[in-house]
Design a protein around this ligand. Structure first.
Ligand SMILES: NC(=O)c1ccc[n+]([C@@H]2O[C@H](COP(=O)([O-])OP(=O)(O)OC[C@H]3O[C@@H](n4cnc5c(N)ncnc54)[C@H](O)[C@@H]3O)[C@@H](O)[C@H]2O)c1
Length: 430
């Protein structure tokens, strides 16, 4: 990130904010508790919806956990997170105003603020730089999905995770279904042969539109894109990467960690035509092929007024697993709720459990390494986007060799043209 970073110009009209936040005088600070020397000290980078949620969950993950530092690009995002976490965290909230950092370098300041572990929850574009810096500084990391928006960035994260493993640091992934007990049991059934050999899979993440941030007077191109990050491929990776990665990861998990050898797809934007929607698509349909024949039929759509479906199936020679329903039909029918005698309250469970596991790994000195699957699953999603953007067949080798790097030449609040919307048949694989 330091490569082309013009830090002074980046912050433009709020340059003073880079120096480790003098958080606003009008901010009411909750009571601050001393941090015991045996407490696990945690910093959060990216104080939005998910980061704030993850921080709240880690504060609930043990008595000996202290949230001590916050960092965000934007002051008001940090302030609202600070308030919410202060209310929720009780004595585990130990953030002082001296450990609140605003600006593009906030991640470095959080990492250098005496923490043991960091939660990384900015838009995914920044993940490679943030994971690298945290691991280089010897911090345990919780890494939200996806871990990159392009193959070069994702491979940097994979390398950093390998370094983390050598250093004995934990890398816990935000692909939280891996920590959901009902999903673990369901996958165990599939791996144990309950549906026989998998011959096909299907996953669908078809929902309506999401939030959007309209441009305000005085915002540069770059500032608006950073605030409205979801709609720019360089920041989010497009929704097939940003959101659908959860289900693609589940497919790969069902396949015992196998990843596809090739993909073909089609996609585009029919409802998202306004420029406020940047340059991402609103639908992608991809057929992934695994070595030996199994295929995964994958669709994701974000269009208001269309049929919603979030589902994921594995079809085997002896039965079918409806993974999100945690149930199996066929020769060996099985249902988690019946087998375990308890209800599945949330199909997206695992958020609290992943933080408990993270804390426990740091406390016990038994590091967790989720690096490989979180990177491979991100690459699988990028593979799908490469297929839909170009209209070409894409092999796994082409993905891992891809030089398509979305890093802007500069991070500065200045003009930053929006890349054209990809056109299948015209946009080239790179
Ligand atoms: N695992 C899950 O269930 C789940 C759910 C939601 C989001 N997420 C992931 O979490 C990440 C964040 O999503 P969100 O919904 O919280 O978005 P958000 O917009 O609510 O929060 C992102 C925050 O990061 C800040 N930010 C942007 N660039 C930054 C930078 N360079 N340095 C520091 N801060 C920066 C923003 O100002 C904002 O406060 C995404 O990768 C998303 O895919 C995961």
């Amino acid at each position: 990130m330091s490569r082309n970073l013009d830090r002074r110009r980046f912050l433009g009209r709020s340059a003073a904010a880079t120096t480790g936040l003098a958080i606003g005088a009008n901010l009411t600070l909750p009571a601050v508790h001393a941090v015991g020397s045996d407490a696990i000290r945690v910093g959060l980078v990216g104080c939005g919806g998910r980061g704030t949620g993850a921080a709240e969950q880690i504060m609930r993950a043990g008595k000996d956990v202290r949230l001590v530092a916050l960092g965000d690009l934007f002051r008001e995002r940090l302030e609202s997170s600070f308030q919410a976490l202060g209310r929720a965290g009780g004595e585990n909230f130990a953030v002082t105003k001296e450990r609140c950092f605003v600006g593009i370098d906030a991640y470095k300041q959080v990492i250098d603020s005496g923490v043991d572990a960091v939660l990384l929850a900015t838009p995914p574009h920044f993940r490679p730089a943030h994971v690298e810096a945290a691991v280089a500084a010897g911090k345990h990391v919780f890494v939200e999905k996806p871990v990159g928006v392009d193959a070069p960035g994702t491979l940097r994260v994979r390398e950093a995770c390998r370094v983390a493993a050598r250093k004995g640091l934990s890398v816990v992934s935000g692909l939280m279904l891996h920590y959901d007990e009902s999903m673990q049991r369901t996958i165990e059934q599939v791996h144990g042969g309950a549906i026989g050999r998998i011959v096909a899979l299907e996953c669908n993440y078809n929902v309506g539109g999401l939030w959007v941030i309209h441009r305000q007077p005085g915002w540069s191109d770059m500032e608006w894109q950073l605030r409205n990050w979801y709609y720019f491929t360089w920041l989010s990776g497009d929704h097939i990467v940003e959101q659908h990665v959860h289900l693609l990861d589940l497919v790969a998990w069902a396949m015992k960690g196998e990843y596809p050898v090739r993909a073909v797809g089609s996609g585009g934007r029919q409802a998202r035509t306004d420029r406020v929607y940047g340059n991402i698509y609103d639908h992608h349909a991809v057929r992934y092929e695994f070595a030996g024949g199994p295929r995964c039929y994958s669709s994701c759509r974000q269009q208001d007024g269309t049929a919603n479906e979030i589902s994921c199936f594995a079809f085997g020679t002896h039965g079918t697993a409806d993974l999100l329903k945690r149930s199996i039909a066929g020769e060996r029918p099985w249902q988690y709720e019946t087998a375990a005698g308890k209800k599945v309250r949330n199909i997206w469970g695992g958020h609290q459990e992943e933080q408990i596991a993270f804390v426990e790994s740091v406390r016990s000195g038994k590091p967790i390494d989720n690096g490989e699957y979180m990177c491979q699953s991100t690459l699988m999603a990028i593979m799908g986007r490469m297929a839909t953007y170009t209209g070409q067949e894409v092999t796994w080798e082409q993905v891992t060799a891809s030089k398509e790097d979305f890093t802007p030449t500069r991070y500065e609040f200045a003009p930053h043209a929006v890349a054209p919307v990809a056109v299948p048949g015209v946009t080239k694989l790179s």
